[in-house]
Design a protein around this ligand. Structure first.
Ligand code: OAD
Length: 248
């Protein structure tokens, strides 16, 4: 299976979507959640990204998020994010459904982005309806709500919490229409997000996986590219543009 197969699948698709995870941002210097560099101190994400962990020790959870925010806010989109934005502007990609909270898809210029797990660029109060945007990590942690004095939390989805229903509905709408899905850099183990490629497959769509290792999605993938996302997506977008008569 080669980049040429991916290009052919993309060019013959009628409704292409992308489903992305932490691996697409690895080349931007953002550590993934699982795997060797995934652990912060000795904690697994499942031990920190939960409402219980936040109740027990908000400072610890905020230290982790502050560390991630410091990395994410300085990070830049990479070739894979830009390639997806370009596919959209060429009219070949309908939407990116991402599990990432790093904002790199919209920062790369993608316009249709579904952020299934929320965003590090927003905080909200656990006690009232106060919400705010963030451009830098809070200086004092845990930060407090300026309205009611309760704790602020990152506006992200934690384990055991439902996905924001508007985003999940948007994701499902795209998934049910899709005849092709590019699955990039996700371990495919966190549900319900990981249903997305399975929905496309069940509707007889084409599943393309770009990942440096095997995942549970590999077994349903029609095309598998064992390559870093940046390199693979750069080759794909170059070949597509050449095929469409663009010179690089
Ligand atoms: P993971 O950290 O679980 O998986 C990252 C995936 O990216 C793995 O399959 C790697 O093999 C792959 N990978 C790493 N570097 C890559 C590269 N340069 N190119 C291509 N692939 C690469 O991240 P997610 O699948 O996004 O949720 O994790 C899913 C969810 O679990 C996250 O959204 C987060 C986490 O806990 C919540 O916080 C709710």
């Amino acid at each position: 299976m080669s980049i040429g197969d991916v290009v052919e699948a993309i060019l013959s698709s009628k409704y292409l979507i992308a489903f992305t995870g932490a691996g697409i941002s690895a080349e931007s210097g953002i550590p993934t959640f699982r795997g060797e560099n995934g652990l912060w101190r000795k904690y697994k994400p499942e031990e920190l990204a939960t409402p219980e962990a936040f109740r027990r020790n908000p400072r610890l959870v905020w230290e982790w998020y502050k560390w991630r925010m410091e990395i994410v806010f300085k990070a830049k989109p990479n070739r894979a994010h830009y390639a997806l934005a370009e596919l959209e502007s060429l009219g070949l990609l309908k939407c990116v459904i991402t599990q990432n909270v790093d904002g790199l898809h919209w920062r790369a210029g993608s316009r249709c982005v579904v952020e299934l797990h929320g965003s590090l660029y927003r905080v909200r109060c656990i006690g009232c309806s106060y919400k705010s945007e963030l451009r830098e990590p809070p200086k004092a942690i845990p930060p407090k709500c300026p309205v009611c004095g309760n704790l602020l939390r990152p506006s992200v989805v934690w384990f055991g919490e439902p996905l924001p229903s508007s985003e999940w509905t948007r994701a499902l709408n795209h998934a049910y229409k899709a005849d092709t899905v590019l699955v990039i850099g996700t371990s495919g183990v966190v549900y319900p997000a990981a249903y997305i490629p399975f929905i496309v497959k069940e509707n007889k769509g084409v599943v393309i996986e770009i990942n440096i290792s095997d995942t549970p999605i590999t077994s349903i993938a029609d095309i598998v590219i064992r390559e870093r996302a940046g390199k693979a997506m750069e080759e794909i977008i170059r070949a597509i543009k050449e095929g469409m008569g663009f010179t690089s």
